[in-house]
Design a protein around this ligand. Structure first.
Ligand SMILES: [Zn+2]
Length: 74
């Protein structure tokens, strides 16, 4: 089960990083894609006309994070 625990660690690590990234975007501090530097599209749950799920999306597709609002509230 060694592989499993390593995999688990890696996942929670990147989840933490992703969470920090989401917080910066929600605070308006980082609205550029970390991959290509283009503007990110932020879709909040309040947008009822949104075609996508709430999340942070890059138009080129390198950033594609669906927001789980429970995970973002800290
Ligand atoms: Zn991008």
């Amino acid at each position: 089960m060694t592989d499993f625990s390593i995999f688990n660690k890696t996942t929670s690590q990147s989840f933490k990083q992703q969470k920090g990234f989401i917080k910066r975007v929600l605070n308006g501090k980082n609205l550029n894609c970390p991959e290509c530097g283009k503007d990110l599209e932020l879709i909040l749950p309040a947008k009822k006309d949104a075609v996508k799920n709430p999340g942070i999306y890059c138009k080129k597709g390198c950033t594609d994070i669906e927001l789980d609002m429970d995970a973002v509230q800290v």
